[in-house]
Write a protein that binds this ligand. Sequence first.
Ligand code: LLP
Length: 427
Amino acid sequence: SKPYEVNQNGELTIGGVTATELASQYQTPLYVYDVNHMRQQMRAFKAVFMKRKLDYAVSYASKAFATVAMYEVAAQEDVHLDVVSGGEIQTALAANYPMNHVSFNGNNKSVAELEMAVDSGLGTIILDNFYELDILHDVLSERDKKQDVLLRITPGVEAHTHDYISTGQTDSKFGFDVASGQAYTALQKAIADPYINVLGVSAHIGSQIFDVTGFQMAAAKLVDLVHEWGFDPQVINTGGGFGIRYTEDDKPLPATEFVEAIIDTITEKTTSYGMSMPAIWIEPGRAIVGPAGYNLYTIGAKKDVPGIRTYLSVDGGMGDNIRPALYEAKYEAVLANNPQAPTEQVVRVAGKYCESGDVLVWQQELPKTKPGDVLAVLATGAYGYSMASNYNRNPRPAVVFVEDSHSQLVVERETYTDMIRLDKHYQ
Ligand code: LLP
């Protein structure tokens, strides 16, 4: 089955609206999200825990796509939020998001960011290193406030994914190291701190992972550790990283099966140690927003390099989706007005930016196309908008949410004026 929907005329639809209609109403390039798809994904994650009557938090790793509207949808679904910067905290505040359901990850939180977190009533700070432990102590003692924290542990698990998005291995900038005893020292120090309440431990092994083994190993490692330390955690957070389908070569498990595996491991391990069952927290980002996103472009120039390749250029590119250039990520594109038309050409879909690496789709078959046709790149909802840039002074595209055949602009398109708004003359 195809990973997209068409109407009776065979046109691509998103949330019940045709993609070509969205492109003409809001212009291209355009980010479009099928909101119902995101809701279903969030509900599916929660259902796994509810079915088993467990304490849990499904915490949306909002770095995947952080906007006020998205945080509002998460709040409506009673899904928690993981943030990684002052900017994401500010976005949560702007969305009126319940701050007690927010966790704060990252390996170099600043004093200003920790102050912002504490002052906003942010629920849980996930401490990454001794420096953060020290500066958080100072922030809290100045305010005479107590803060819930998790300690991020480097579990020493290698996830099989792109090196840049693999984080659980021992040689990582993230988390307290276990083998050297740093993690245990951190726990003792945090427990002894009158301003800090250690809820438990946290790990994140990487992103776009297809295999449950890494998650099982990390979950087992966390339980082994806390048991070895004689520490009874209220929370074990196994992070995010559940892989999704970008092209037909990707055959991920349903995201919920990763969660089942994590729960099974933690249940078995804690039972065998006679420990009480902690709450399990997960932090999916990509799995919630990735498949729900579509990037719409207008086709322009076409270049045939005889005997070598055909380049089909569109009006966006690495500024709105840097993942192919950065990770050699693969995507699939469809012709919006007739995705199922017979294919007639093999193309590389290139962007309009001044770099050869500015590619959106490395190689695929497409039906016949002409300038002005709308091309939709599928499964672009994660780390597209959130990693967008103004390279070549191209304005960032607008973002539109579609649900129940109704579309709504949730981020305005940047203008050329926006591009130069912060520039100052040099006198
Ligand atoms: N939790 C923590 C602590 C993380 O660092 C991340 C992602 C997540 C959760 C969510 O992972 P997800 O479920 O989305 O895989 N820019 C890269 C991905 C970087 C991921 C960074 N951390 C990409 O475009 O593939």
